[in-house]
Design a protein around this ligand. Sequence first.
Ligand code: IMP
Length: 420
Amino acid sequence: MGATVIVGLQFGDEGKGKITDFFAEKADLVARFNGGNNAGHTVVVGEKKFKFFLLPSGAAHKKKCCIGAGVALDPKTMLKEITGLGEKIDLVIDARAQIVMPWHNLLDLAIEQKKDSQKIGTTGRGIGPCYADRASRSGIRFLELVDEKRLQKKISENFGPNRLLLELVFGFSPGSDFSEKKIFEEYSELGKKLKSYCGDVSLETSNAINSGKKVLLEAAQGTFLDNDFGTYPFVTSSHPIAGAALTGIGLPAKAIEKIIGVAKAYTTRVGSGPFATELNNEIGSRIREKGMEFGTTTGRPRRVGWLDLVLLRTANRLNGTGEIVMTKIDVLSGIEELNICTEYLLEGKTIREVPADTEKISKCIPVYKKFPGFEISGKEKSFAELGKNARAYVEFVEKELKTRISVVSIGAERNQTILR
Ligand code: IMP
C-alpha cells in the first residue's frame, strides 16, 4: 500500500484543509510537503475552528504529523501553532527544511514595493526569498536552527549581505530590531524550543508506508501557483503539484498509490495573475460573501470566477489525479443560472489546456456552457438529495474531465461531506 497525495487543482484555497482532515480520520501519518505559512488551512470540528498554517491538517485528528524537507519553515509560526494546540503533538520536522529568516520577510516586502507593475501580490511571508536562498545554497536548515553554534555562523554569513541588499538595492530601512545579535538571540531560543521535533521525515514516511500504515501527503497552495507549471511569474516559489510530494518528503515515485485533486465548484484566486473566468460583478461579490472568500493568512478578499475546466483539465494531467473532491458547491446555491467554462478562444483558435505563456492566458476568452441553478441547504446526506440540477452540474464536470468526483463537500463541517 502506498501513500495518498492531496493536491489543489486551482489557485489554492480549494478546501484542502477540510478534505485532508476528512481523509486523515483513517490515516496514521499526515505530512506537508511544500510551501510555508503563506498557506492557511481551516478545519471546522463542531464549535472548534482550527487554522493551520504549517501543521498538516491531520493535526485536528491528533494523528502523527510530519513537515517535509520541501517546506519553508517559519519557526515563530511553528512554535505558536504547536503551543496553540494546547496539547502534546506527535510531530516530526525534517532536519533539512529551510528556515524563513527575518530578512526573507523584509525582502519579500521590499521586492514587491520596488516593483512598479507586475506586483505578484505575495502573502509577505518571506517564501520567495527563502526558496531563493535554498536554490543559491545559502539557506539555513532546521538542523542548523537547533544547533546554536552552527546557527550563529549561518546568521553571521547571511546577515550582512541581506542588510546590504535591503538597504542599498531596495532602499528599504529594516528598522532597529534588525540586528544580528537580536536575531541570533531570538532564533537560537526558537531552535531550543523546537529541537525535540527535529528528525528525518523521508525515513519516517518510508518506514510508515513499508509497514502498511496509511500515509497522507498534503500540498499547500494549488496547481496554478506552481513555480514551473503555474501562471509564472504570478505563482508561489514551491511546487504544489503531486510530483513534488516525492521531492518534498523524500520518497520514490512508487511510494504513491493515489492522488486526490481538490477543486471548488467555482474558481478563486488571491494576488495578481490571469483569471479567465473572473467575475467582477454582483454574482462575484455574492459568491465571495457567501463562500467567505477572504484569505486565511492575509484576510485579503479573493478574486472569484466561474468554474474553469481548462484549468482542471491541465491540473488533472499534471497531477495524475485519480479522483476529484468538489468543494463548496453549496455556495452556488440560489444563483439562477450558472456557467462552466469548457474551453478558451484565443485568436480564433480553441484552447483546451492552459498555455505555457502567461501573456497568452490573459488574452483567452472563456467559452461557457450554461446550467440551471440549484438550492443546497447543507443538510443533505446523499448525492441524490442534492437534486437534479446540482447532480447535473457535478456529472458534467466528471464527464468532461473523465475523472470520478468521489466526494462533494456542502459545508465546512466534517459531516457536510457527501461520499458518492
Ligand atoms: P507567496 O507564496 O507568498 O510568495 O505568494 C505568491 C502568490 O501565491 C500570491 O499570488 C499569493 O496570493 C499566492 N498564494 C500563496 N499562498 C497561497 C495560498 O495558500 N492560497 C492561495 N494563494 C496563495
